[in-house]
Design a protein around this ligand. Structure first.
Ligand SMILES: Nc1ncnc2c1ncn2[C@@H]1O[C@H](COP(=O)(O)OP(=O)(O)OP(=O)(O)O)[C@@H](O)[C@H]1O
Length: 269
């Protein structure tokens, strides 16, 4: 059973936890289901025969309750397909929920490996567009460009199109853009894992600054060392549900023990 910091049942009013100034995000019994239509050829055949389209439902997130406070860096661990990315997208407002509610004090900034940068535009231009999207004015953008390129370590590549960057360089630039303005709520999906060791240290420090700036950071990663180094609290997601929520060391140990157990059982031991 997860030790959840979810609000008590009698507090389930829309604004109950948000009345507390320290609460940045509140997930109230959130469910997300994907509906996937089967093979296109079969679908056309079904339509021709007047049958209804066949689909499968995948309940990726099943009833998550969570209260996230300022100053928390919340790691999310779990095996492949356990619903981590889906939860981050729902939390960031990019995916509709089927049931439950997501409350956030401000728009979360989602930083993921797949987040869009424009491959045919230069690094400089991508920084410019990113900073404008974050609400900076022209002068702030001009100031930010060299700083962001330098933080990402791509100052010598500023004029080259992004397609000439390695995937690590792109991830570094994305991280640098998203963290120029300190967001209240930063959501990171594996992005740290892409940078090299030196950049991981820089991004870890940057996350610490964000946390000290009283923001809330969510971080999904399979790199448990990064989770332990960075997070103040860890959630373990399993089959779309919370298995544990609490102290990073304890939750990561429980998760590792479960992985080991599964490995032994799979090996027939
Ligand atoms: N766009 C999608 N359409 C349909 N099903 C999806 C989609 N994205 C994810 N799923 C399904 O939802 C479930 C949760 O996937 P999700 O990507 O959230 O897991 P995850 O824990 O982030 O996995 P990983 O560690 O592999 O990145 C999986 O069963 C997956 O097959």
């Amino acid at each position: 059973m997860a030790e959840s910091t979810a609000p008590a049942a009698q507090d389930r009013r829309p604004d109950a936890p948000l009345a507390d100034d320290d609460v940045n995000v509140w997930l109230d019994d959130v469910h997300v289901t994907y509906r996937i239509y089967e093979d296109r050829a079969l679908r056309l055949l079904d339509l021709a025969r007047g049958k209804r389209r066949r689909f499968r439902e995948i309940q990726a997130v099943r009833g998550i309750d969570l209260v996230a406070r300022r100053g928390e860096t919340i790691g999310i661990v779990g095996r492949n397909g356990s619903g981590k990315s889906t939860l981050l997208q729902a939390l960031s407002g990019l995916l509709p929920v089927d049931a439950g509610e997501v409350y956030a004090r401000s728009q979360p900034t989602l930083l993921g490996v797949g987040t869009a940068l424009q491959p045919n535009l230069s690094g400089r231009r991508n920084v410019e567009l990113g900073c404008l999207a974050l609400g900076m004015n022209g002068r702030e953008v001009d100031d930010a460009i060299p700083r962001v390129l330098a933080f990402a370590g791509v100052q010598d590549f500023g004029d080259l199109p992004l397609r000439a960057y390695s995937s690590g360089m792109r991830a570094r630039l994305l991280f640098a853009i998203a963290t120029t303005v300190i967001p209240d709520i930063l959501v990171i999906d594996e992005a740290l894992a892409v940078g090299d060791e030196e950049f991981r240290d820089k991004s870890r420090n940057r996350i610490k600054e964000l946390r000290e700036g009283a923001g809330t950071v969510f971080l999904v990663s399979h790199a448990l060392d990064t989770i332990l180094d960075t997070c103040t609290r860890v959630l373990w997601l399993h089959d779309g549900q919370l298995r544990a929520d609490g102290d990073p060391g304890q939750v990561v140990d429980q998760y590792k023990a479960d992985v080991e157990d599964r490995r032994r059982r799979a090996a027939g031991g």
